[in-house]
Write a protein that binds this ligand. Structure first.
Ligand SMILES: Cc1cc2nc3c(=O)[nH]c(=O)nc-3n(C[C@H](O)[C@H](O)[C@H](O)COP(=O)(O)OP(=O)(O)OC[C@H]3O[C@@H](n4cnc5c(N)ncnc54)[C@H](O)[C@@H]3O)c2cc1C
Length: 482
């Protein structure tokens, strides 16, 4: 059987947007709005989504398709700049293959491919190797417009707290004013940093003036480092990206120092990209999920091959394996770093030391954190397999909702959902990445609609019983002889 020819590619984005609207109309069943207004008031949101990156907007779109109204997405970044792509991400292209799908939620005209072909034609798509950062951001911005979701940019959620009447309150700071919103369900789609904080070794954070160091997630003006020597602690993909960005801006050298004797070579995360794993990992027993994640944490991850090549092809780039930093200090405006093989000197250092998962680091979650279960509360790893890093991950249910730490202590937990770095032990190693939106977003959307429906079950039943549901008019039936 041969597949039908794909339709002629649209001539531009306007055509594609029209095609997407038509596709959405064709897929609109069941179109009936169904979520009853909260008895607490018409201003209560059915869902507040904290974070308007690719996940926040995919979830909002998913809820729209399930006819959930009163959904608002709050994003801290300025309009058009949600997510890391045009701020601290410094790679040329995405690390994932170009044919990834996700924010489209199965609508072909809303895929990245359709977007790219509309702008660059089918040939442009064929010759594309991987998606560039600006193209991914442009795609997300276009998707946001076409889907019509309600995103409030430059709006920082500073507090999420359950209320006695079964809702959540969210304090949202925007334009210097704080407004308190109320919502029946909340999703924390706050990205890699949303479940913890930047990790910076105290010897750097407390021992050096701020002008001499940065974290890879910080804004860095690399033009200021032209002609300078950059030392980077850590050898993850972002460390390579920062080295390349520095060298491309004219730095004299960029060295990556790391503890391991050599770079890891394997990337099992690519192996995991098959439908069964991506879709059903959350159903695995706790022990197996723990073992998958522990192995990934233990072996670490190499940079993607293009990221590696971009860096090593630059003069001035150097890898220093087996080079942990033992002590750092300022010396005559430079940074001196003691290592087991001697002292190194740099003009600027960058901590490529990643992000922690530690809910206690998030001030906006102060009212939430004490009530919810962590893996350490629910799971005892076998001897020899314990890992305090993983014990600190929140223990989420199969829909991505929190669970109570003590039964009865946090009845609101099942209405609070999370898809951030800390969700990955419960929902899958790549669940918070582009490569898994396709499976994880519908899972969370279904968790939210389930909560909204079950919470209203009695009201819905009463409505059902109170109505006649006539299909036929009584007069029409009476007129038929019998
Ligand atoms: C440098 C980098 C490169 C990556 N490259 C890839 C890749 O190539 N392929 C891949 O699959 N994955 C990649 N990832 C991993 C993952 O896909 C990205 O982190 C992705 O951005 C996650 O999407 P998200 O919507 O969950 O979070 P984000 O895109 O980070 O969006 C979160 C949003 O929440 C907002 N926010 C946070 N806190 C608040 C608050 N309190 N109030 C309001 N808004 C808030 C932030 O401003 C941000 O806009 C990369 C990650 C990074 C950091």
């Amino acid at each position: 059987m041969s597949l039908p020819e794909s339709p002629t590619p649209p001539s531009g984005l306007a055509d594609l947007s029209a095609r997407a609207q038509h596709d959405l109309a064709c897929l609109s069943y069941p179109a009936k709005p169904w979520v009853r207004a909260s008895p607490a008031g018409a201003d209560v949101l059915n869902c507040a989504i904290v974070g308007g990156g690719q996940y926040g907007q995919s979830l909002a779109f998913g809820l729209l398709r399930e006819r959930v109204d009163r959904v608002v997405v709050f994003d801290a970044n300025p309009a058009g700049l949600a997510g890391p792509w045009m701020t601290f991400a410094r790679m040329i292209m995405l690390r994932t293959p170009k044919d990834l799908t996700g924010p489209d939620l199965g609508v072909g005209s809303l895929t990245f491919r359709a977007f790219y072909e509309a702008v660059h034609g089918a040939q442009g798509w064929d010759s594309l190797f991987r998606i560039t950062r600006p193209d991914w951001q442009a795609y997300l911005n276009w998707h946001r417009e076409v889907t019509g979701i309600d995103v409030r940019p430059a709006s920082v959620v500073t507090r999420v707290a359950p209320t006695a009447d079964g809702l959540f309150e969210l304090d949202v700071l925007s334009g210097g004013q704080t407004r308190t919103w109320r919502a029946r369900t909340v999703v924390l789609a706050t990205g890699a940093e949303g479940s913890g904080a930047r990790v910076v070794p105290p010897m750097i954070r407390d021992g050096l003036p701020g002008s001499l160091w940065a974290h890879t997630n910080d804004p860095i003006d690399f033009t200021r480092l032209a002609g300078r020597r950059i030392g980077i602690l850590g050898a993850g993909a972002s460390s390579f990206d920062n080295a390349s960005a520095g060298l491309e801006a004219g730095a004299a050298s960029a060295e990556l120092c790391f503890r391991r004797p050599q770079l890891p070579l394997s990337n099992p995360r690519r192996w995991m990209e098959f439908a069964g794993f991506l879709a059903h990992y959350p159903e695995l027993p706790d022990l197996q999920r723990w073992r998958y994640m522990k192995r990934l944490y233990d072996i670490s991850q190499p940079p993607p091959e293009p990221t590696f090549r971009r860096a090593v092809e630059m003069p001035g780039f150097r890898l220093r394996p087996a080079t942990p930093w033992l002590a750092v200090r300022e010396h005559a405006g430079c940074v001196r770093v003691d290592t087991p093989s001697g002292t190194l000197e740099y003009d600027f250092v960058i901590a490529g030391t990643g992000l922690s998962v530690d809910l206690a680091q998030r001030p906006e979650l102060a009212a939430i954190t004490p009530g919810v279960a962590l893996w350490g509360d629910r799971f005892q790893a076998p001897t020899g397999e314990t890992d305090p890093r993983l014990s600190a991950f929140p223990y989420l249910d199969r829909w991505g909702a929190f669970c109570e730490r003590e039964p009865g202590s946090a009845p609101w937990a099942s209405r609070l959902f999370a898809i951030f770095r800390g969700a990955t032990l419960s929902l899958g190693p790549s669940s918070a990445s582009n490569s898994n939106i396709r499976y994880t977003a519908p899972r969370i959307v279904s968790g939210i609609t389930r909560q909204l429906f079950l919470a209203d079950a009695d009201r819905v039943f009463d409505e059902f019983m109170a109505q006649e549901h006539h299909e036929l008019a009584a007069a029409a039936v009476a007129g038929v002889g019998g």
